[in-house]
Design a protein around this ligand. Structure first.
Ligand code: ATP
Length: 361
């Protein structure tokens, strides 16, 4: 379980006088075993939030609680001890080039003083878990990006953590490797009962693996919740990013936006507009995705022949649970800027590696 309560983080500005408010009163709760995403534009505070969860940064104010322990109340020794239950993986893997895959996974066990026989046994189990038993002797330079991230996951799990933080863990990977790493994360979450907090700018990643997500903007959480709930809210900014509404620009006539979920199939809407009211309906845009294992989509309809019956019909459909609204000609909602936007490459997380949590015997 991860709980942030009214967390604020202020940094001195890097180049100018003054300060940067990286997090501005963030509260967040992730249940044990949940797979939670944190999304938002560059600079919105996502990485700072992740670094606060294992206290690589201390908040300026507010509390951080992990597995019932209030980390912000602990002294340095207490934080070191608590960090053992928090694993972390990074965009650039942070593997030691001079060591083999097995050597990288073994490293934190050595630092923790785990005996040689036990270390070897655990390393073999971990490399087996991530599907790299046959590459134990390979160095990072001999591995693909996806394989390197698998080694990093094995290393993060060496401590038997209860929480795994993933900071843009698939951002440097090609689509096939991304899929493989996400499948592995889901698998280890299920097998080990981990709580996972995943920082990403890729909405496809959230759609594929997350149970819940929060949207950050300028250091604040501006939207969020379980994905099924978020997606059922037609005015949700996060839902609009997860499954963007089709653009209605250049399309004349009356436009109706239908949000499709497993619980609110669109068939009744089409049936009412066409068969019941005798209106002419054309689908002019839309997409249906699988999000958190459920069907979710948006359809943009052009309706012709309205003589005052459309609005009452939409009101009736809404009363019956359908998610329908009139859409303006022009883009009815902000489009997602997340998926296809190249992300500026990060500096390697050298500081983070130096701070990487050690592990339990
Ligand atoms: N150590 C620091 N010193 C000064 N400012 C910082 C520091 N770390 C982060 N910031 C600032 O805090 C704000 C939030 O940064 P953060 O890296 O958390 O955002 P982000 O959403 O993760 O962005 P990105 O997706 O680009 O990594 C930014 O304005 C950033 O410049």
């Amino acid at each position: 379980m991860i709980e942030l309560s009214d967390v604020r983080k202020v940094f001195p500005a890097r180049r100018t006088a003054g300060e940067v408010v990286a997090l501005d009163g963030v509260s967040l709760s992730v249940a044990r075993g949940e797979f939670a995403g944190v999304v938002g534009p560059s600079g919105s505070g996502k990485s700072t939030l992740a670094r606060l969860v294992n206290l690589l940064e201390r908040p300026t104010s507010g509390t951080v609680t992990v597995d019932g322990r209030v980390l912000t109340d602990l002294d340095a020794a207490g934080v070191r001890e608590a960090r053992r239950s928090i694993g972390m993986i990074f965009q650039h893997f942070n593997l030691l080039d001079s060591r083999t895959a097995a050597g990288n996974v073994e490293h934190p066990l050595e630092l923790a003083g785990v005996g040689r026989t036990e270390r070897r046994r655990r390393v073999a189990d971990l490399l087996d878990l991530v599907g790299l038993a046959d590459r134990h002797a390979s160095r990072p330079a001999q591995l693909s990006g996806g394989q390197k991230q698998r080694v990093a996951i094995a290393r993060a799990l060496a401590a038997r953590p209860s929480v795994l933080l993933c900071d843009e863990a698939t951002s440097a990977l090609d689509p096939a490797s991304t899929t493989g790493v996400l499948e592995l994360l889901r698998q280890v979450r299920a097998e080990l009962g981990l709580t996972v907090l995943l920082i990403t700018h890729e909405m496809s990643v959230v759609r594929a693996v997350c149970d819940s997500a929060v949207l950050m903007s300028e250091g604040r959480v501006v939207d969020g919740g379980p994905l099924a709930e978020v997606l059922a809210r037609p005015d949700s900014a996060l839902a609009a990013q997860l499954v963007p509404a089709p653009a209605g620009s250049g399309v004349g006539g009356d436009l109706v936006l239908v949000t499709v979920t497993d619980a609110t199939p669109h068939g009744a809407v089409l049936q009412t507009l066409t068969a019941e009211l005798g209106l002419s309906v054309e689908v002019v845009g839309g997409s249906v995705e699988t999000v958190a294992g459920r069907r979710f989509g948006r359809l943009l309809l052009r309706v012709e022949g309205d003589d005052g019956r459309l609005d009452p019909a939409l009101a009736r459909l809404r009363a019956g649970g359908a998610l329908v609204e009139r859409a303006a000609a022009g883009d009815p909602r902000p489009q997602s800027d997340a998926d296809d936007t190249p992300r500026p490459d990060r500096e390697p997380d050298v500081q983070r590696l130096a701070d990487a949590p050690d592990v339990q015997r």
